[in-house]
Design a protein around this ligand. Structure first.
Ligand SMILES: Nc1ncnc2c1ncn2[C@@H]1O[C@H](COP(=O)(O)OP(=O)(O)OP(=O)(O)O)[C@@H](O)[C@H]1O
Length: 460
């Protein structure tokens, strides 16, 4: 970090409230992260989570639709491409060259940002740096081979050598071990670690292998269209969190004789019903309508489940962080039967359902129907009326009723949604205008009735 006059430290590379989509729909939503000089950060997350996209935003190849990416405190798009390339090197997942370039030629290209023109000949210093980069990446014997004819693993090491020739202060790696056998996986990460330790290079690497991430990276970012967790391996590699994000159960332990965490499939271990999540509250939200409520519930220490929520919805990213259980639906897809069944199972266990002021469309109408079924079976339902996070909820208030947008105004189903909401009210659903009112309701009702009965609690 660079010390500023006001005593604060300036991150070397920073994303501030970055949102981005390849189409009009947001792929990444409100991503903020700061990488200090000399940090080594692994970016974890399932396929399609947006890791490559985030790396491309951080390198300035893509420009955020909202928010900023700052390099040394200055918006990265205001630096020239060559200026960025002198500081930030990117190792992509793969590279196909249009010509039969040799490996040496390719690594030489890493010096381009330092040469006066693209066709300028290399200086003695450039040649030394290129040779060093090839030696460090262990590709000296491939120097005269044609890049496109190399194996995936050999190409990966050439791309790392190209990045080294850039002598960057930030190295962004996109799955640097994807094509490598175990020996080269380890050698590559040892190399990256040496660069970090000896030259103070800041490293951010998207990586799929959770064990290698835990072994080599002191800071892990769990990513799913937004940052779900950011911390040490012990903080981020929590089985419950990994299950929510990857959708599979894992065991996390410490390898015998090693201080490093390891992540393994659970094997045939029988499920312990006592360890099943028993969230007492279920939240139906979406489009940011549950943001304030979920934060408030988590702050107050209430365990809750949420969903179904689409991957990429800001409420989904937040729920992955805060809820005990999240029913996840594919991006932009209507709620599927499989998700509905999971919601149904969650609703059979809960003692309370809270419906946030989510716009109701054909894609999520079935969720409101499930809420009606829950109310019919005697589960108390709260209808949260007013959005408190004005920015994140796109709701047009009913004319003349600006302070309390009606449910009807959020119904995009030609009246079916509004009818179900009326049915909910008829069944006794309580309408509450604000999250504060919900918390007050919980204090009054949960303390005295719903949550203190131990026998009832065990049965839920
Ligand atoms: N140029 C593009 N145009 C349109 N959509 C894209 C583009 N690049 C990526 N996407 C989509 O954006 C989503 C995120 O892709 P991205 O490559 O960032 O994910 P990732 O986390 O790196 O995935 P993986 O682990 O599979 O490499 C995917 O659904 C992908 O299909």
């Amino acid at each position: 970090m660079v010390a500023l006059e006001n005593g604060h430290q300036q991150p070397l590379l920073e994303a501030r409230h970055v949102s981005f989509g390849y189409s009009e729909q947001a792929l990444l939503y409100d991503v903020s992260l700061a990488a200090s000089s000399g940090e080594m950060i692994a970016l974890l997350g399932p396929n399609g989570a947006g890791k490559t996209t985030l790396l491309r935003l951080l390198s300035g190849v893509l420009r955020p639709q909202r928010g900023d990416v700052l390099l040394q405190g200055r918006a990265v798009h205001t630096w020239g491409r060559r200026e960025v390339a002198r500081r930030v090197a990117v190792v992509p997942q793969d590279l196909q060259m249009p010509f039969a370039f040799t490996v040496e030629h390719m690594v030489n290209m890493g010096r381009t940002p330092f040469q006066s023109t693209f066709f300028a000949s290399s200086t003695k210093e450039d040649e030394t740096i290129v040779q060093e980069a090839m030696e460090t990446a262990g590709i000296g014997d491939l120097a005269q081979r044609v890049f496109n004819e190399l194996s995936g693993g050999e190409r990966q090491r050439v791309m790392i050598a190209m990045a080294l020739a850039q002598q960057p202060s930030v190295l962004l790696l996109d799955e640097p071990t994807a094509h490598l056998d175990i020996r080269y996986q380890i050698e590559t990460l040892e190399l990256v670690q040496r660069l970090h330790q000896q030259r103070g290079v800041t490293v951010i690497a998207a990586i799929h292998d959770l064990n290698l991430a835990a072994r080599y990276f002191p800071r892990l970012l769990l990513f799913q269209r937004g940052i779900v967790a950011d911390g040490s391996p012990a903080e981020v590699l929590a089985p419950a969190l990994l299950k929510k994000v990857y959708g599979v159960a894992v065991q996390v332990g410490i390898m015998r004789g090693s201080v490093h965490l390891s992540v393994l499939p659970p094997g045939e271990e029988p499920r312990d019903p006592q360890k099943e999540v028993n969230s007492r509250i279920h939240v139906i939200a979406g489009g940011g309508s549950g943001e304030v409520l979920m934060r408030a519930l988590a702050d107050e220490g209430y365990a809750f489940s949420a969903g179904a929520l689409n991957v990429g919805d800001s409420d989904h990213t937040l729920a992955l962080r805060l809820a005990d259980e999240v029913v996840t639906e594919q991006p932009y897809a209507p709620i599927s039967e499989a998700s509905l069944q999971r919601v149904r199972r969650a609703l059979q266990r809960v003692a309370l359902l809270i419906l946030c002021p989510v716009p109701i469309g054909p894609g999520n109408l079935a969720l409101v129907q499930e809420a009606v079924v829950a109310a019919q079976s005697g589960i108390p339902v709260l209808l949260l009326e007013a959005p408190e996070s004005q920015e994140s909820v796109c709701v047009s208030p009913t004319p003349g009723d600006e302070h309390s947008p009606s449910w009807a105004a959020r119904d995009y189903t030609g009246g079916q949604g509004a009818m179900l909401l009326e049915e909910l009210k008829r069944l006794g659903a309580v309408t509450l205008p604000t999250v504060q009112d919900v918390l007050e309701w919980l204090r009054q009702h949960l303390a005295g009735e719903v949550f203190t009965d131990a026998a009832d609690s065990a049965a839920l």
